[in-house]
Design a protein around this ligand. Sequence first.
Ligand SMILES: Nc1nc2c(ncn2[C@@H]2O[C@H](COP(=O)(O)OP(=O)(O)OP(=O)(O)O)[C@@H](O)[C@H]2O)c(=O)[nH]1
Ligand SMILES: [Mg+2]
Length: 202
Amino acid sequence: MVSRNFLENSTFIGSYPSFESLPEDAGSEIAFCGRSNCGKSSVLNAITNNKKLAKTSKTPGRTQSINVFEIDKNKQFKIIDLPGYGYAKVSKSIRADWGVSIDNYLNKRKCLKALVIIMDIRHPLKEDDLTLINWCEANNLPLIVLLNKSDKLSKNKASQEQLLAINELEGLSTKYFVLITSAKTKEGVNELIETIMGLLDE
Ligand SMILES: Nc1nc2c(ncn2[C@@H]2O[C@H](COP(=O)(O)OP(=O)(O)OP(=O)(O)O)[C@@H](O)[C@H]2O)c(=O)[nH]1
Ligand SMILES: [Mg+2]
């Protein structure tokens, strides 16, 4: 049986340099965040089954502005691709600007329903990731910890990393999920779609 992909008709709305320039704060949004190069844009393309939707790159720091994608027009569901953090080669002033954009977005955007915090499964739960997780807890915002690039590890090792992450998050008071994906092999992509749709529909 072919299951329906709810996200297949997603469209790119625009690229916004600052929080202030974003489209109206209405409907429901899920934001993708994570260290530069963890695969945010690739995962977005995988769940929407559209290789050309978000620009991906081998060069870290590719996504420098806030990119907005509409995934369901009637329901006003959007996905936000936030700039990656932890990329050292960008100048301090640019990094400071990104920080302000992300900070403003997280703290002021009322239609934000959940965060997807994406990590390279080989380097999970770094300091910046933990900061975001703690922020979600403080704001009672649901989150998905996404361990991406699972194709880089054996199945056993990948499951082991998932268990380690689940253990580390034990006791977190906000709703959370720990999922494994590969934007390359599409492992875990359907489960991620279902989880995102569930959170947007709440
Ligand atoms: N093997 C493998 N490579 C991946 C996967 N996901 C992303 N990549 C590769 O990782 C690199 C970075 O991917 P992007 O999707 O551009 O990462 P990003 O997080 O959007 O990066 P920034 O926009 O710079 O923050 C690209 O070369 C992708 O092809 C995956 O699941 N498996
Ligand atoms: Mg990107």
